[in-house]
Ligand binder design. Sequence first.
Ligand code: ATP
Ligand code: MG
Length: 649
Amino acid sequence: MKKTAVPNPGSLFLLAGLAVIYFILGKIGLEFASINPNVSAIWPPTGFAIAALLIFGIRMWPLILIGSFFVNLTTSGMLFSSLGIAVGNSLEAIIATWCINRFASGTKVFERPMDVVRFAFVAGLATAISAAIGIGMLISTRLLDPSLAHQVWLTWWLGDMGGAVVFTPVLLLWYARPRVSIQPLKAAEFVLLCFALLGIFYIIIPLRFPHPYLFILPLIWSAFRFELRETATLLTIIMMVTTYATMHGSGPFMSHASTTNEALQQLQIFMVIIGVTKLTVAAAVEDRKHTDQTLYTRERRFQALIEKNTDAVVLTDPGSVITYASPSTYTVLGYKPEEVLGRSGFSFIHSEDVEKAKKDLSDVVMNPKESIFGQYRMKHKDGRWIWIETIGRSLLFDPSVQAIVINFRDITERKELERAKDEFLMTAAHQLRSPLTAIRWNLESIIDPNIKLPPAIREKLMRIFESNRLMVKSVNELLDIAHIIQGKLPNYPEKTDVVAVISARISENADFARRQKIQIHLNSKLTSVHATVDPKHLNGAIENILSNAVKYNTPGGSVTVDILRHPNAVEIAVTDTGIGIPVGEQNKLFTKFYRTTTGRLTDAQGAGLGLFIVKSYVEGWGGTVTLKSPVADNHGTTVSITIPLKKEG
Ligand code: ATP
Ligand code: MG
């Protein structure tokens, strides 16, 4: 059902109030009518109507129809022509307001120079239409001699346009910011400006100085030193005073005109020109002040962010020469910012880490979209070596920066903790390995098939033996990790048959897979491929990948191992039909202790170390490890490793 709009009593009251103001302004305007009782060379209601529609909305247009109708009816007494003129006046304000809303930022029209120019254009056009309609009405009702049409149209047009250019700004700007904050110095300057204006009034009106353009001076002063609102107010005062003077036969406009109407026309042209130019200048100044203020605030904010941050920031050129250093450089490195300017960032880095730092810097330069992390030892001013973590990003192509931005912080304490943790790990693993191995040997001698044992005891011992095997495996992994962290992973490469290792690992996992209802298939045309790798590493890598493929599978699923011979390498791809790995987590899997949420739910026992070790093994022999998931239907994972093959020769 369609809703009927119910007029709001508040807006009706507002409408009536605005119509009364329009009426009063119209009556004042007609005081200046000389060429025809209905046509005035000064018409403030136009400015008032546009401001009112901009502020309260175009739907308030009836105020103009009512106000204008009564102004004209009470002047001419003619119903039809008054109605026609009222329609013209309403149309004028509606067109102007619509265009200003659409093309010149609405109520903010006087904030930007381009909008002021658009306003002037729109005001000129809309008032020309209204004047044409008005003249048509006056002629058709015989209130105007057609021979005077051109002259009267010009008066009407200029009157309306002057009204718009002078009164719309002052009303809009005071409505937007009605409060005046008085600062003594500014107030004194404004009083001085008013005195200067009074002086100019005196020179131009009583002394009849023939150059009214002198008024530009106080307007420029106001535009640069005060707000737009004050400039618009001065413009209105100039308009009112000069109009009053012209009506009473004095002022510069009377000296060149034969009639008061002609003088008022000249006054209007003058007001429109200086009104538009001064408002444009004032808007440009205001716009500039606003932009400067925004830039200043933004710059202060960023400066505070950088200066108060505990992380330090340096800017360098592509060759690492420091061009800016934030105050926190002192907190981190002990150097005042000015002490590091012009120096190479590498000069603070430990000689063993410089190569890595150079590579990281060139990565930063080559990958402008990426932030690159680094960790190096750097020399503090007091001579200590400290660990620094850096995040570098190239903004060389950003015209406002044109540098490499490097954030850095002291992580010595963290490194120390990490080192202590790794040391503990290694000591614990070492200490555990001997007793565990002793248990294994002793168990082996007890469960010897030649020794007769009650079946129940043998089964329990077998379980202990299996647990011991897992513990030895974990301890060996921990030791490997400790070695990897220290960069001292033992590596004893020898000629190893890759196919044989894979087959052995598959057989060893077959039991485990059967229990999980998983089938393992070997897919290879090769019967043997020899590569030079540490067999312990190759066994470890295959074991980890294969056991993952079984563990993170679903009952009834399968695991396929493909062995592919490439010209210079052999590739082993293990594909499962399991739970898959979320894309966002894939790059974290090769770090220590990382496990996916679904992985944790599927196997609570895992340590999150397997793939970390695999990566170190594979990189140790110069191969690569890649991961692809999902494989099909949102399920499955393929982990591939490569082993480079030496050319037979
Ligand atoms: P462990 O140290 O005993 O190997 P783990 O299996 O949890 O423990 P990783 O082998 O490093 O550790 O694997 C890390 C995580 O990656 C796993 O916890 C699991 O979430 C996920 N993951 C690894 N392989 C697969 C796979 N084939 N399918 C699904 N998720 C996998
Ligand atoms: Mg694993």
